[in-house]
Ligand binder design. Structure first.
Ligand SMILES: *[C@@H]1O[C@H](CO)[C@@H](O)[C@H](O)[C@H]1NC(C)=O
Ligand SMILES: *[C@@H]1O[C@H](CO)[C@@H](O)[C@H](O)[C@H]1NC(C)=O
Ligand SMILES: *[C@@H]1O[C@H](CO)[C@@H](O)[C@H](O)[C@H]1NC(C)=O
Ligand SMILES: *[C@@H]1O[C@H](CO)[C@@H](O)[C@H](O)[C@H]1NC(C)=O
Ligand SMILES: *[C@@H]1O[C@H](CO)[C@@H](O)[C@H](O)[C@H]1NC(C)=O
Ligand SMILES: *[C@@H]1O[C@H](CO)[C@@H](O)[C@H](O)[C@H]1NC(C)=O
Ligand SMILES: *[C@@H]1O[C@H](CO)[C@@H](O)[C@H](O)[C@H]1NC(C)=O
Length: 591
């Protein structure tokens, strides 16, 4: 064996040891097997997607700056990608887990995500991003805690509770996606699940017997942080707890001005943290409710009901469900959305206040008015469009096409506004400039609330109103304390304006979070290139899966899983670097 190889082995081993023993930012490892399991959340047996046999999946509870390594084994019968909704993956869209950034993990294969959770503190979630799988589950909460040196703008709560809300059908995700492909409305959901459980039987005529419901155990007098996520398909939900105030403190990684709400409208893909004090008579339980918004009484069966259980109490929850705001008037909901503001003096993930970035003073460099349309037939297929373009996912992910300079996979010609031309299906990206400050106005031409999510970023939600956006609408923008978040709602026949500073290079997904809108083509990717960046910095991770035009680079994966070898691949990541380092050192010695 040549001496240099021996030396490099020695160095690798030494550095791997140092890495494990002394590295500043800790590593945390998860091994997930994603498979179908049978569950009956609404009393009917059905196929749902579980993680390590559980639905919902485990909570990823980490602290900012930690390195998270998740080895995902795909035991489904179709391709899988897991996406980390709201995590910014700075300069690392390779870990984003959407069709434009990663080759899907084939059935029977595994793939290891590795990313650092940086400059973010708050409440997020993950879900499977392909093939309508989110409708079958596979989702779970993500908590990013502050480092101890970073203050939090409220006292330490007595407990931390995650609540995942989802509209739910007893049809499989394959049947649901077929309905969407065929232009059929999914209809009224069969229920709304709370943490994967069906409703408490608050009404014998609406809820059949034998359904297991969620019980949240609390102690009287204590204050809990309750993180609520709408991980569902397409239904806006009103969340409330009988007789209890919701003190809003955080949304999607930003501390808000703290305000009390009797209920909160949570749209698809949105996350909120509330502080809830158990200040009611501890002799009974209370209802936790999630009701579809802006619907009529035919939706009554689709009401999520869980139980808030005070310790030592035997009395059931009683009375009618707490009422919700007027179902026919979205202006209440819009005003509520406008009332959610950023606490500019609260600390951020870095040791400076959130408001130190004065977004209102920055000159906008580019404006996009993005208009959605309800599904329409394009070349005989039901599709949805943004500015007249329905996104076609290429078989080679955009990130790989960019790295290997394969021309023709995508175009950089996504229009700034609706063009006067027939709608089309295309792979058209936004060609954005690194460090540009852009304004996006979403104009909702559909008849239901839509939400939009941008990967890789938080944006400022500066305005929303009914009607058609115009230049004059800018005078209504909140330039001081708009909240920075990653998912915003757009009411039907209304617009929402966001501002975003494009300082995170990569190829990032901007999508309708409503699954049926997204599935039929309402998404676009934003390409942001840092001109200073070196090729090696932007290149794919060593374990990248290759597909499409690059599938010849992919070796067959041996279908054996050995989850004990967790850190070996991490060390191999450093091998190349270490060998170079070693050779450089050797060179110095020789000289
Ligand atoms: C904003 O954050 C500051 C700093 O942590 C805190 O003292 C203050 O109470 C918060 N204000 C509101 C209105 O939430
Ligand atoms: C998350 O982990 C921290 C320790 O890092 C722990 O204090 C906290 O209770 C955990 N939260 C949940 C919800 O498990
Ligand atoms: C709590 O409820 C019980 C039973 O309904 C009642 O007897 C008691 O007076 C209530 N206590 C308070 C403080 O409201
Ligand atoms: C209730 O809404 C559904 C659509 O969600 C609609 O099909 C139905 O006609 C409505 N019913 C009434 C009585 O308005
Ligand atoms: C994308 O934008 C950059 C400048 O930001 C420009 O140099 C380049 O030509 C554009 N590419 C296309 C295909 O328009
Ligand atoms: C959608 O646009 C059409 C015109 O293109 C308009 O007549 C209709 O009112 C719009 N609908 C909504 C909900 O904005
Ligand atoms: C698959 O899992 C094995 C065993 O845990 C691991 O060594 C390997 O690196 C994983 N493969 C990928 C591509 O992440």
């Amino acid at each position: 064996m040549p001496l240099s190889v021996l030396y490099s082995w020695f160095f690798t081993t030494l550095l791997c040891f140092l890495h494990v023993a002394f590295a500043g930012d800790p590593y945390v490892y998860f091994d997930w097997t994603v498979s179908y399991i049978t569950a009956s959340p609404l009393g009917v047996k059905q196929k749902v997607i579980g993680i390590n046999g559980k639905f919902p999946g485990p909570i990823v509870n980490v602290t900012t700056n930690w390195n998270v390594v998740v080895n995902v084994k795909n035991d489904l019968d179709e391709p899988l990608l897991m996406t980390w909704h709201g995590l910014q993956h700075r300069r690392n869209s390779w870990q984003d887990g959407v069709s434009g950034t990663n080759c899907p993990i084939p059935a029977g294969w595994n793939w290891t995500y590795e990313f650092q959770v940086k400059d973010q503190i708050g409440s997020f979630f993950y879900f499977p991003s392909l093939k309508f799988q989110r409708a079958a589950g596979g989702y779970g909460g993500i908590i990013i805690n502050n480092r101890p040196v970073i203050p939090v703008p409220f006292g330490s709560p007595d407990g931390d509770i995650t609540i995942l809300l989802s509209d739910w059908y007893t049809r499989s995700h394959e049947e649901l996606r077929k309905d969407v492909e065929d232009g059929r409305d999914l209809g009224v959901p069969d229920g709304v699940l709370i943490n994967g459980f069906g409703p408490y039987r608050y009404d014998d005529t609406l809820v059949p017997g034998g359904i297991t419901y969620q019980i949240i155990n609390v102690e009287p007098g204590k204050t809990y942080r309750i993180r609520v996520h709408n991980v569902g398909i397409s239904t806006s939900l009103n969340f409330r707890i009988q007789n209890h105030n919701l003190l809003l403190v955080e949304t999607e990684g930003s501390y808000t001005v703290q305000q009390n709400y009797a209920s909160m409208d949570i749209h698809v893909g949105q996350s909120y943290s509330f502080l809830v004090t158990m200040d009611q008579n501890a002799t009974t339980d209370y209802y936790i409710v999630a009701s579809p918004r802006f619907v009529n009484s035919s939706w009554a069966k689709a009401t999520g009901v869980a139980i808030l259980h005070y310790s030592d109490n035997q009395g059931p929850a009683s009375g009618p469900l707490p009422s919700l705001p007027d179902q026919d008037d979205p202006s209440f909901s819009m005003n509520q959305a406008r009332s959610i503001r950023w606490n500019v003096s609260a600390g951020a993930a870095r040791p400076n206040p959130q408001g130190s970035f004065k977004y209102g003073d920055i000159t906008v460099t580019d404006v996009f008015v993005i208009l959605n349309r309800p599904p329409e037939l394009i070349n005989g297929k039901w599709r949805t469009t943004l500015n007249g373009i329905s996104y076609l996912p290429p078989s080679t992910p955009l990130t790989l096409a960019q790295q290997f300079k394969i021309l023709g996979v995508y175009k950089l010609d996504f229009p700034n506004k609706l063009m006067n031309r027939p709608p089309k299906v295309d792979t058209s990206l936004i060609n954005a400039t690194y460090k540009a400050f852009i304004e996006i106005i979403f104009q909702n031409n559909d008849t239901t609330v839509q939400t939009y999510h941008l990967d890789g970023y938080a944006f400022f939600v500066v305005g929303m109103d009914f009607g058609i956006w115009s230049e004059n609408s800018r005078s209504t923008y909140n330039k001081g304390d708009s909240v920075a978040r990653s998912t915003t709602q757009v009411f039907p026949g209304a617009w929402t304006a966001i501002l975003v500073y494009l300082d995170n290079p990569g190829i990032w997904n901007l999508r309708a979070q409503n699954l049926n809108s997204w599935y039929l083509g309402q998404e676009v990717y934003v390409q942001i290139v840092d001109p200073e960046i070196k090729d090696t910095e932007a290149s794919s991770p060593e374990n990248a899966i290759y597909c499409g035009l690059l599938s010849s680079l992919q070796k067959e994966q041996s279908h054996k899983f050995d989850f004990s070898a967790g850190s070996s691949y991490l060390c191999s990541k450093y091998r190349r670097l270490l060998l170079m380092l070693f050779l450089a050192l050797l060179g110095n010695c020789v000289l």
